[in-house]
Design a protein around this ligand. Sequence first.
Ligand SMILES: *Cc1c(COP(=O)(O)O)cnc(C)c1O
Length: 396
Amino acid sequence: MSRAFLQHITDTLGQIDAEGLRKTEREITSAQAGTVQVAGTDGFLNLCANNYLGLADHPALIQAAKDAMDQRGFGMASVRFICGTQDLHRQLEQALAQFLNHEDAILFAACFDANGGLFEPLLDARDAIVSDALNHASIIDGIRLSKARRYRYANSDMTDLEQALRRARAEGARHIMIATDGVFSMDGFLADLPRIRALADRYDAMLMVDDCHATGFVGPNGAGTPDHHGVRADIVTGTLGKALGGSMGGFIAGPQPVIEMLRQRARPYLFSNALPPMVVAAGIAALKLVQDGADRREALQRNTAYWRAGLENLGFDLLPGHHPIVPVMLYEARIAQDMARRLFDLGVFVAGFFYPVVPHGQARIRTQMNAALSLQDLDRALDAFATAGKASGALK
Ligand SMILES: *Cc1c(COP(=O)(O)O)cnc(C)c1O
């Protein structure tokens, strides 16, 4: 590799450092859980995992994975359509479809791939995609990979959405698809699906919802934001990598012909390896746990309410809501960084978010609740937030 090229990369990394934007990775030396060991030290309360239902180390998932590995081997060494489909894959797809109340579902290696492969086979240059400005990077990339015309609306701004729909119609779009996250992950805000659905119907548009931060725990049945709002989404994408065990795998659920078209044409499905049996079997076990009882969802809700109330009592500014994403607003990047460091020293694992991940002046520590944390754990975390908040100047 040329010296000039490596120098160029090194210079760019130097700029990332100078701007304070370098991301570093802390090494966990235990299972992912409510409490984790970090670099050999026990007892860190994990308040930044997407492990909402605490299933990442659940014995039923581990057993299902072990059994599948014993019976069906380690890997598939094939894409789905050549020789990479086991009965387990179809079982999980059908279980997901049934859970989400759709006709069928299709698995991908990750939801990043599901979103990346969704739009291009379904929509072409005669069509339009209308997308929320805060949608996940994988939706943005997926839309870029399609030939459809693109319209963007300001986050959750229904006036702007309607204008975009009107423009798409005026400009002759054949089919229109609205794409939105079900939950916006920086804020924990839910998309206003009832109003989006009403606008979709008024302008004869389809509605696609990415429910990665909702599948399994939002809504009375845990079936996500459409379940919560009592609203129909035409297409739902989601992940096995968050609440449903936290390993790998994404999916798309929708009408049977749409799913069949994706099986024929979605590039990340056609040209990438099938999920391994252990991951698929654990996904089936996770869905079963979610459908067998509401106890984990209730523990998550109890923790979220307790955590919000505790932080508010201490005097922190929170963004309003009920989602287990609970952002503690600190506004200045310096304070968010300082507080995250102090919390880590006090045994609480959190992440500070600042520009460019969130707007200037909106720095925060994004905490996330999960069902594996006890109220005693949360009391310990609240003590740490009180101490770190005072030391960093966030609290008076
Ligand atoms: C996490 C996430 C993804 C990516 O899911 P993976 O399965 O990890 O690739 C896509 N969309 C949203 C909204 C997410 O939060």
